[in-house]
Design a protein around this ligand. Structure first.
Ligand SMILES: Cc1cc2nc3c(=O)[nH]c(=O)nc-3n(C[C@H](O)[C@H](O)[C@H](O)COP(=O)(O)OP(=O)(O)OC[C@H]3O[C@@H](n4cnc5c(N)ncnc54)[C@H](O)[C@@H]3O)c2cc1C
Length: 381
């Protein structure tokens, strides 16, 4: 079970990456805490991270990746998100784009994949719309066929990397009952973006996208016309494990801060770590973090084994992201009044943790998917 005990190669790769992250990326994440990282700066970061195998770790060697699989990639990813969930989110989407492009037609793969693997190009996945959130099947953005082109019109929202994106994998309606994935290039086909300010995670881009008569070749279809819904569900299966890992990173950071603080801060004549209710908090935080990590890695190891695991990835997503909210709140509580101030990072971690149960299917939607898988009773009608 590689996700419990890393191999020597995995251990060395993680150690080298961790050293780089703490030396090079942590200071940038601190400098930009709660401030938007401009695209050029983010590109410098993604190019540096690309040297360590992301976003190429899970991409087959024949297409320029490392062919190491999702579990190894996730080990590296966990280190990144422990240092910065903002940068982690951006890299997570590029990881997904690289994976998607590795299954794309030759002319698309050859045009975009090398740039993504080098950390130079940014991709986005555009599914959500102002009136379409949990109910993905209801997508309104239209791609109307005109000869060998689609004319795309519509608005997308909450799109991670949206403002950075050089291209977007857009889920659009190509027929009354047909959704399809179409790659739309910002420069060649044209779309506008506008960033959205949130409670947290404002160093990276979450954006609205606007498509107005974007003229896109039919050859930019990814995965076949009408297969967009099926392929979106497959993308979610993978993405949900990684979203769970975002919260694992937050929990690790919150736990590390809490252990250090509890050994420093004294009340009633001893360090607070010596008070049993504080010790219980530390134990609970650590156990929730490990349980969340194990659920994420179990699902990823099934994906590596070629086994479909929607149910297991939904379990990982809801458990890890809700545990993240709980653990980061406990970290604030453990810090007392100091936990509410900008001087300590736990206030930011708690704000960030609240965001993560929402993307890629809310906690409620994950529970419906799990129960449907177990009972066989449709959950969305
Ligand atoms: C930081 C961030 C990044 C994101 N990145 C992307 C991205 O890159 N690409 C993209 O396409 N989208 C992205 N999203 C959008 C995200 O996937 C949606 O926000 C999410 O699916 C929920 O949709 P909604 O916000 O419209 O909520 P709604 O669907 O309107 O739900 C509102 C509430 O009702 C509940 N609810 C809905 N239906 C049911 C039901 N049947 N039973 C019980 N409860 C229900 C929900 O759980 C929620 O609590 C992102 C969102 C965030 C916050």
């Amino acid at each position: 079970m590689t996700y419990i005990q890393p191999t020597e190669e995995q251990r060395l790769a993680v150690e080298g990456f961790r050293k780089f992250l703490h030396g090079e990326i942590k200071p940038i994440a601190r400098e930009y805490a709660d401030r938007f990282i401009p695209k050029d700066k983010m590109r410098e970061i993604t190019q540096a991270i690309a040297e360590f195998g992301m976003p190429g770790a899970a991409v087959p060697v024949e297409y320029g990746g490392l062919g190491l699989g999702f579990v190894t990639q996730a080990m590296l990813f966990e280190e990144l998100v422990t240092v910065s969930v903002d940068i982690g989110l951006c890299v997570m989407i590029n990881n997904g784009a690289a994976e998607h492009l590795s299954h794309a037609p030759d002319h698309i793969r050859e045009k975009y994949l090398p740039g993504v693997l080098a950390g130079k190009l940014f991709g986005s996945f555009a599914i959500s719309e102002p009136d379409v959130g949990s109910n993905v099947a209801d997508i309104k953005t239209r791609a109307v066929r005109e000869g060998d082109h689609f004319i795309v019109n519509g608005e997308k929202t909450w799109i991670t990397n949206g403002h950075y994106s050089d291209f977007v994998i857009c889920t659009a309606r190509t027929g009354e009952k047909a959704l399809s994935h179409i790659l739309i290039d910002r420069e060649e086909h044209g779309y506008e973006s506008r960033n959205i300010e949130k409670i947290a995670l404002n160093s990276q881009s979450t954006a609205q996208l606007f498509f107005t008569d974007a003229r896109v070749p039919v050859a930019n279809l990814l995965g076949g016309e009408g297969e967009g819904l099926k392929n979106t569900m497959k993308t979610f299966e993978r993405a949900r494990c990684h979203v769970g890992l975002l919260s694992v990173g937050l929990m690790r950071a919150a736990l590390e801060e809490s252990i250090a603080y509890s050994k420093e801060r004294k009340q009633f004549g001893k360090v607070i770590a010596a008070h049993q209710l504080i010790a219980a908090k530390i134990a609970e935080m650590a156990t929730l973090t490990d349980a969340a990590r194990l659920l994420c890695f179990r699902a990823l190891s099934l994906i590596d084994a070629g086994v479909r695991c929607d149910l297991q990835s939904s379990m990982a997503k809801w458990f890890a992201t809700e545990a993240g909210v709980k653990v980061c709140r406990m970290a604030v509580q453990l810090h007392g009044g100091n936990g509410l101030t900008k001087e300590f990072s736990v206030e930011r971690l708690a704000r960030e943790a609240i965001v993560i149960p929402i993307p890629d299917g809310t906690t409620e939607i994950q529970k419906l998917i799990i129960a449907r898988g177990l009972t066989g009773i449709p959950a969305f009608v």
